[in-house]
Design a protein. Structure first.
Ligand code: PEP
Ligand code: MG
Length: 537
């Protein structure tokens, strides 16, 4: 048996086989210097790509239908395109490595297709990129992530949201990452899925690959590779105790969340997709306090259409019925990137083009979201809020577009309901200006993850800064008290949807400050209700 540690971000015990998630190689391949060798590499990669795509095509036909499978077929045809093949060979003769020739020629072709005056051809540019990336990966030996059968613990250096979105969530027993922080999106996902998780772990990939069973104890922050009998017995006992504690919490199911002195608090869930809403309901959430809509944009090759967004929002609205649902408009940028938006790499992405800033500068991205939210509003009790607001004018500009969208829908005869518009308070500027923003907003929801990062100037993703990322910092608590007061003084409600909302050390304090809604991973609702119901504040 080997053991080690990590920073626990969600408690519980998991035992099972482990899989290492390896990222694709990042260093650029260099040419051998011999065009004949590079051409041979390219030819054999083409053959492998042909086999892979043929298999994928057959599988897709059975699993997702003929129409969708056609996307794969298009890539198979592109592999035979003489212009593409000539382009690659020419680049190799010019000194490029086979891998870079395949990738760069693909990019050139993709750009030509993207510039064409034909929507079908435009859409093919993503297929060309995908196909040339496949050849590149084959040449570089980036074999990707082989999913095992059954349930497993996932070990990775770190995981980006775009990577977690592609994982089969229902089969993951635990996350262990060597990097990451407690407010990283892997940690947030682990809490959403209710599974034990360690970040900043000292486990090595060799240790994982050498063991048959890995156990993670999220209560102590310990991992065990091939645990001995005694350790296994201790871990199983913990699992049983945790199950008993969960059962005891069932007494709070269906109860109102009210303190002993009569303060009513809404305990709601953070979700990323319509399926999470089903889990939220099962966990007895009184609504959705934060739908991270960017998860509808991750792990795909193009922008979701208005209809796709509408479908997702309608499902959530219908699932939650009369319960309030707060949809946050797109918060892409920083650690949540999608290549199809074509955003330039930034030196300081956390301070860059993200959240509402993207929406305000690219109306074609914002408008479909607003239309989808309004169209879905008739199916439930929808609210919307904007992320990363720093100035009152930003809120006013976003609201003005909402008004134009409502007008449009009215003219088109499409029904919609009133949708209260709120602001995420997650920049120090918004916190300080809470009094002004409250005059323009229907509610506040505090994103403590980002508010901590920006108030303390500490990157929330940087594992080396954990001791400085202090969500109990007096500066942050002063801002929180100010936000709650500004909301109450102006007659609007305020909630907390950052990870701190589920913190049992803080929940009473937040209620005392005047927050009336706490939004969290669904698995935390019942224990939070117990705390609220036993609280004297
Ligand atoms: C936050 O910043 O606290 C928040 C809830 O948003 P996200 O974690 O998605 O940035
Ligand atoms: Mg945030």
């Amino acid at each position: 048996m080997k053991k080690g540690v990590g920073l626990p971000v969600f408690s519980g015990v998991a035992i099972g086989p482990a899989v290492v998630y390896r990222k694709a190689q990042r260093t650029l391949p260099v040419s051998s210097g011999d065009p004949a060798v590079e051409k041979a590499k390219f030819e054999s990669a083409l053959e492998v790509a042909r086999q892979q795509l043929t298999e994928l095509f057959e599988k897709a036909k059975v699993e997702i239908g003929e129409e969708q499978a056609a996307i794969v077929e298009v890539q198979l045809l592109m592999l035979e395109d003489l212009d593409y093949l000539d382009g690659v060979n020419l680049a190799i003769e010019g000194g490029a490595s086979a891998a870079m020739a395949a990738l760069d020629t693909g990019e050139d072709f993709a750009q030509v297709f993207a510039a064409m005056d034909d929507a079908y051809m435009n859409a093919r540019s993503a297929d060309i990129r995908d196909m040339s990336r496949r050849i590149y990966d084959i040449i570089c030996g980036n074999t990707g992530f082989q999913l095992p059968e059954g349930s497993f613990l996932l070990v990775a250096e770190d995981l980006a949201p775009s990577e977690t979105i592609q994982l089969p969530r229902e089969r993951i027993l635990a996350f262990v990452t060597r990097q990451g922080s407690s407010s990283s999106h892997t940690a947030i996902l682990a809490r959403t899925l209710n599974i034990p998780s360690l970040v900043q772990s000292d486990i090595t990939f060799e240790e994982v690959e050498a063991c048959t069973v890995l156990a993670v104890d999220g209560t102590t922050g310990t991992w065990y590779a091939d645990p001995d009998e005694e350790t296994l017995a201790m871990l199983r006992e913990k699992q049983e105790k945790a199950a008993a504690a969960r059962n005891a919490l069932e007494a709070y199911r269906g109860k109102e969340s009210v303190t002993r002195s009569g303060k009513k608090v809404l305990l709601v869930a953070n979700i990323g997709c319509p399926e999470d809403a089903v889990d939220a309901l099962k966990a007895d959430a009184e609504g959705v306090g934060l739908m991270r809509s960017e998860f509808l944009y991750l792990g795909r090759k193009n922008l979701p259409t208005e209809d796709e967004l509408y479908d997702a929002y309608r499902q959530v609205a219908e699932t939650m019925g009369h319960r309030p649902v707060v949809i946050r408009t797109l918060d892409i940028g920083a650690d949540k990137q999608v290549s199809y938006l074509g955003l330039e790499a930034e030196e300081n992405p956390a301070l860059g083009l993200r959240g509402l800033r993207i929406c305000l500068t690219q109306e074609e991205i914002f408008r479909p979201q607003l239309r989808a939210i309004y169209r879905a509003s008739v199916h439930g009790n929808l609210h919307m809020m904007f992320p990363m607001v720093a100035s009152v004018w930003e809120l006013k500009a976003a609201k003005a577009l909402c008004a134009r969208v409502r007008q449009e829908l009215e003219e088109e005869g499409i029904p919609f309901k009133e949708v209260p518009i709120g602001v995420m308070i997650e920049t120090p500027a918004a916190a300080v200006l809470a009094g002004d923003l409250a005059k323009e907003a229907a509610f506040f929801s505090v994103g403590t993850n980002d508010l901590t990062q920006y108030t303390l100037a500490v990157d929330r993703q940087n594992a080396k800064l954990s001791e400085f990322y202090d969500p109990y910092h007096p500066a942050l608590l002063a801002l929180l008290a100010h936000i709650a007061k500004a909301a109450n003084d102006n007659g609007i409600w305020a909630g907390i949807c950052g990870e701190l909302g589920a913190d049992p050390k803080m929940q009473e304090k937040f209620i005392e400050m005047g927050f009336t809604e706490l939004s969290m991973a669904a698995g935390r609702i019942l224990e939070s209700r117990k705390l609220v119901c036993q609280s004297e504040v």
